[in-house]
Write a protein that binds this ligand. Sequence first.
Ligand SMILES: NC(=O)c1ccc[n+]([C@@H]2O[C@H](COP(=O)([O-])OP(=O)(O)OC[C@H]3O[C@@H](n4cnc5c(N)ncnc54)[C@H](OP(=O)(O)O)[C@@H]3O)[C@@H](O)[C@H]2O)c1
Length: 322
Amino acid sequence: MTSEQLPSGRIYVAGHRGMVGAAVVRHLQRLGIADHDLITRDRSELDLIRQSDVESFFEAERPDVVVFAAAKVGGIHANHTYPAEFIYDNLMMAANAIHAAYRFGTARFLFLGSTCIYPRMAPQPMPEDCLLTGPLESTNEAYALAKISGLKLCEHYRTQYGVKFHSAMPTNLYGPGDNYHPENSHVMPAMIRRFHEAVRDNRDEVVIWGTGTPRREFLHVDDLAQGLIHLVNLDQPPNLVNVGTGTDISIRELAELIAQITGFSGEITQDTSKPDGTPVKRTNIDLIKSTGWQPRIDLETGVGRTYDDFLRASQTGTLRAV
Ligand SMILES: NC(=O)c1ccc[n+]([C@@H]2O[C@H](COP(=O)([O-])OP(=O)(O)OC[C@H]3O[C@@H](n4cnc5c(N)ncnc54)[C@H](OP(=O)(O)O)[C@@H]3O)[C@@H](O)[C@H]2O)c1
């Protein structure tokens, strides 16, 4: 089977209203999934923190496949301010869903984490086997520990019970459904918003934080969705696999690309009093490539599509900014 085929059986996409979950649902719909084979519940219908509700749901629905894109997610500020919620919510969601899936016969469970599970000083590009080889970045330790527990639950249930439970660690994502909050958003949506507003307000300067030299990796969320279905279709999926592009771009180059796409022709200056963060951060994608997957959407095309989506959402009042 390939990433262009529907996995067999009924599929539960957890977190379907989020950026990743929505992209997975779009991909499944593109592949022609029947309504009765797609299971979704928003948080008001099923709070994944509540164990007995999660068990009742799995007992009643008995999904064959789970793509687990539900999580409490946030930027540095939120992670730093609410570490108790980040560890508790994410641990409970993972433990409840993985155990209930095992109990009620789910054949495939794909758990999602992020590359913040790797040590702060991980080798670059980061390979999967650097997991647990050094201390974590302190700002998101709570989140990372919950995600490491989730992936280890999948690994140990697979070893002990023979179920195909496995995990994927996406790099930085961008695309439709991203969060454009002025302070809480990630670098890509924050820049799209700032350049767009500079054009709208006829400003001739946009200031970016730091020296502009740090290099980062960005994957379009539609590529991720396709990669996740590819993983779910593999007969022997890796326990843990990075999903990224394996390539990076400097923050300055990214700003120039976004300026070009948004039509900003003024000056891009750098506020070097602001911190840069790690000089380079990108994933090693040799493992997923060896299974026959690679990303398809180049950055220029992806950012162009994302800006179109930003404009559409701004016009319809549906832009996410939480
Ligand atoms: N975005 C990125 O750049 C990125 C990068 C790497 C990895 N990832 C990973 O991808 C996964 C999904 O991230 P995302 O960006 O799609 O996040 P998101 O847009 O914030 O979506 C998260 C989803 O989880 C749901 N959820 C949260 N708490 C819940 C609960 N207690 N019960 C039921 N549902 C709950 C949310 O529901 P509500 O809408 O009702 O709140 C939302 O639909 C996460 O594991 C994240 O680590 C994301």
